[in-house]
Design a protein around this ligand. Structure first.
Ligand code: C2E
Ligand code: MG
Ligand code: MG
Length: 388
């Protein structure tokens, strides 16, 4: 039976216990009884009506049918072939996949035990391992958030013309109890899959506002702290209001917290435009992070009035060895100037790179040459030389 309509007369079997599964069904019309043998006796497990899915279990785990499906009256069903179901499952969230596998396995074990045939061996599928691993990490991240296992580091940004530190980027860190430090590239992506990114983001804002207050006090002049915000956070209602409340509570000028939105994420231009406008109304600035890497916001840039473009570090990497890369950086400097945005080049590691950027008239440099991400305490300990 492939795709298409299947008709059964009352009393006819759709499939029998022990059959190899090829198809699941949607019952369109009629009634189907699901039966299994229990120590020689037939046991009715369910009576299903229109709209029910039948026989999907064996198709999902490719095991022989553990029950018989019998038409109680004349029935019409639509066949769903295995490839169709397999494709849906393969493209689903690995956590959902793991939950499905686990539930199915337990149901089968219970059914076999009921039938007096022992329980099915638990075989971990690679998919399941991934899903379970992610769920474990997710709940450990949730715990870390509650017990202070997260931490924020600050990486300085150099104002190229003056040679002074203009501000910092706040970068979150997670020290995992067994795995040690885990990169934000890994756990931010995980947190973004659920609403967990929202409290993680709030923790970073809280910590960054407190640090900004101390940096400014230590420097005795204006400085900014840039905080990364992901698309999912922007979609959570009230983000900006909460950020502003924190900035005000810390007694900070609004302009001292900058929001960085990464270009590598798809984002509806209308939502982004609204958000930038709202930030500007409240005196906050917004940067487009990883510029040049992702979904091209270039086509939308005319209506997205970012205050800052942050050029991804891949550009500076090839700038000195490839004339075309240098020409592109030059063009980006001109583009930023034309739209009155300041320009930050990320990933500056050598004095030659910095000299070239200075020659091009770039505003800010960020990278290991200027400083690696450091704790607030270690930065404050050398405030006198840092903020000179
Ligand atoms: P990003 O915002 O583009 O941050 C810059 C990354 O480049 C940081 O990695 C930084 O440590 C690294 N980096 C800076 N200078 C250099 C350099 O000279 N050479 C090299 N090779 N690398 C350099 P990190 O801290 O691992 O952060 C990775 C990404 O994670 C960030 O990219 C940002 O997208 C995300 N992220 C970090 N903290 C947060 C956060 O609090 N919230 C959100 N939503 N995302 C965050
Ligand atoms: Mg950033
Ligand atoms: Mg970046």
């Amino acid at each position: 039976m492939g795709g298409g309509l299947v008709r059964l007369a009352a009393g006819q079997a759709l499939f029998r216990e022990g059959d190899a599964p090829t198809t699941a069904f949607i019952l369109e019309r009629g009634q189907v009884e699901i039966r299994a043998r229990q120590r020689g006796r037939e046991l009715v497990l369910a009576v299903l009506g229109p709209g029910a899915i039948i026989g999907e279990m064996a198709v999902i785990d490719e095991a022989p049918r553990t029950a018989t499906a019998m038409a109680l009256v004349d029935c019409e069903l639509i066949a769903l072939d295995r490839a169709q179901i397999a494709e849906r499952i393969a493209s689903s969230d690995p956590i959902i996949r793991a939950l499905l596998q686990g539930t199915l396995q337990r149901y089968r074990s219970a059914l076999l035990a009921l039938q007096g045939r022992g329980s099915a061996p638990a075989v971990a599928e690679p998919d399941e391992a991934l899903g379970v691993g992610k769920m474990r990490l997710e709940s450990q991240l949730r715990a870390a958030l509650a017990d202070g296992g997260l931490d924020v580091r600050y990486q300085p940004l150099l104002d190229i013309p003056s040679g002074r530190i203009a501000g910092f980027e706040a970068l979150v860190r997670w020290t995992h109890p067994e795995r040690g430090p885990i990169s934000p590239e890994e756990f931010i992506a995980l947190a973004e899959e659920t609403s967990l990114i929202v409290p993680v983001g709030e923790y970073v804002f809280d910590t960054a506002c407190a640090a900004a207050r101390e940096f400014i006090d230590a420097a005795g002049r204006p400085l900014f702290v840039a905080v990364n915000v992901s698309a999912r956070q922007l979609r959570a209602p009230g983000l900006l209001e909460r950020v502003i409340a924190r900035v005000d509570a810390a007694g900070l000028p609004r302009g001292s917290i900058k929001i960085e939105i990464t270009e590598s994420q798809a984002m509806e231009p209308v939502l982004m435009q609204g958000f930038i406008g709202l930030c500007h109304d409240h005196g906050m600035r917004v940067a487009l992070d990883d510029f040049g890497t992702g979904y091209s916001h270039l086509a939308q840039l005319h209506r997205l009035p970012f205050d800052t473009l942050k050029v991804d570090q891949s550009f500076v990497r090839s700038m000195l060895s490839e004339p075309r890369a240098m020409a592109i950086v030059e063009a980006i400097v001109a583009l930023a100037r034309a739209i009155r945005a300041t320009l930050v080049v990320e990933g500056v590691e050598t004095a030659d790179e910095l000299a070239a950027l200075r020659g091009l008239g770039c505003d800010y440099a960020q990278g290991w040459l200027v400083g690696k991400p450091e704790t607030r305490d270690s930065l404050l300990a050398r405030a006198a030389s840092l903020f000179a």
